[in-house]
Design a protein around this ligand. Structure first.
Ligand SMILES: *Cc1c(COP(=O)(O)O)cnc(C)c1O
Length: 393
């Protein structure tokens, strides 16, 4: 619980370095839709290896490629493909690898829009998805019989349960299935699932990879043959390409990933421990309070977690009393954010994953940002006092 975060030593240099910039200190934003050729021969040569030669920006763009290469390197993956959003990466990965009649096993408490994709569009296409408790390895193994893909998140969304990735990857491999994980929470700084046998790693790059709440982007990386299949089947057809400017923002944001993640680790843990000791708080769902880094695949804690208050109205008053910490969805940026889980229960016309997974409505999800930790705590403490004494706030 007190252990320090560790980040591979090569990260800082990989993220600081750029190649082929023509001498510019920062890679240029190659803001063009297409690339032209001097002859049919030159065009033909490019067409024969479209993954290496820029032809059209929906296929390959040098700025996007620079981001993909860096991300693949730090995730220890063979290759990567950037997308316009995390959901763009998730949908292209699942639709690119699956077909009608296939079965998917998905762990409980995945990201709500991933749940919606699986129970909505994929169900409509005849792809069967079963949800299992990811900590129950026997249930996962049982469910994996005849399955084509195992979908993981660890720690899980909203409940922040840490799963046994090496065992789950092995179960998938033994069943002849592909294992996929959404690694947005930990970021490659704190967890590299490829090193534990997972085939494909997804990110909402809108979160810690970008780190500045100024872009929506996604990425999938992992085994070369699977990335090639996604590139061949789903990526060009679904068309959710990453834009050169967003790739440039990601390259810029990721330069400070190691130092940001160290600070998120420290500050998140500090706030979580103080909340845990506060009489108004009923529970704190921060993985550090339920396990240790030792023996897990995590080498640090990020700063997204949830805590419970006595009832939904108190959670609402707490959120309304915050001043420094703002109310909002998403996370992973420089700013602290709060989200009351009761609003996750309101999804007009949509399948409700919060209900399906039993997320309580008296909780607040907190993203601890890069502000001074004492300023953050003062805001939390004052809001806790205010929500406990309605009327005097
Ligand atoms: C935000 C998020 C996504 C979706 O990413 P977008 O970039 O918003 O499409 C996927 N998984 C997790 C865990 C997320 O938090």
């Amino acid at each position: 619980m007190t252990s320090e975060p560790t980040i591979p030593a090569d990260f800082a240099t990989i993220l600081a370095e750029d190649s082929d910039t023509g001498g510019a200190a920062v890679p240029p934003i190659v803001q063009t839709s297409l690339f032209t050729f001097g002859s049919v021969d030159a065009m033909e040569t490019a067409f024969r290896a479209p993954e290496r030669n820029p032809i059209y920006t929906r296929g390959m763009n040098p700025t996007v490629r620079a981001f993909e290469t860096k991300l693949a390197t730090i995730e220890r993956a063979d290759d990567a493909r950037g997308f316009a959003s995390g959901m763009g990466a998730i949908s292209a990965t699942l639709l690119g690898l699956l077909r009608t009649g296939d079965r998917v096993v998905c762990v409980n408490n995945v990201y709500p829009d991933a749940y919606r994709l699986m129970t909505g569009l994929m169900a409509r296409m005849g792809i069967d998805v079963v949800f299992v408790e990811g900590r129950d390895l026997d249930s996962v193994q049982e469910a994996m019989r005849g399955a084509r893909l195992l979908y993981l998140e660890s720690p899980t969304s909203m409940t922040f349960d840490v799963l046994d990735l090496p065992s789950l990857a092995e179960i998938a491999r033994a069943a002849g299935a592909v294992s996929v994980i959404d690694n947005s929470w930990a970021s490659p700084a704190f967890q590299r699932p490829v090193e534990h046998g997972v085939d494909l790693v997804l990110h909402s790059a809108s979160k810690y990879l970008s780190g500045h709440s100024d872009t929506v982007a996604g990425v999938v990386c992992g085994r070369a043959d699977l990335i090639a299949e996604i590139n061949r089947v789903a990526y060009p057809s679904l068309g959710a390409k990453l834009s050169p400017f967003d790739a440039w923002l990601l390259i810029r944001g990721m330069r400070t990933l190691p130092m940001r993640m160290r600070q998120h680790h420290r500050a998140g843990l500090e706030i979580a421990k103080r909340l845990d000791a506060h009489p108004a708080v009923t529970e704190v769902r921060h993985p550090a309070l339920h396990g240790t880094l030792e023996g897990s695949t995590l080498s640090g804690w990020s700063s997204l977690f949830a805590f419970g208050l006595s009832d939904p109205q108190t959670a609402r008053r707490f959120c309304d009393a915050l001043r420094l910490i703002r109310l909002g969805v998403s996370w992973g940026g420089h700013e602290s954010l709060a989200f009351p889980t009761q609003l996750g229960l309101i999804q007009p016309g949509l399948t409700n994953s919060f209900h399906a997974f039993g997320v309580p409505d008296d909780m607040v999800r907190l993203h601890v940002g890069l502000e001074d930790v004492e300023d953050i705590w003062r805001d939390v403490e004052r809001a806790l006092e205010a929500c406990e004494a309605p009327g005097e706030a």
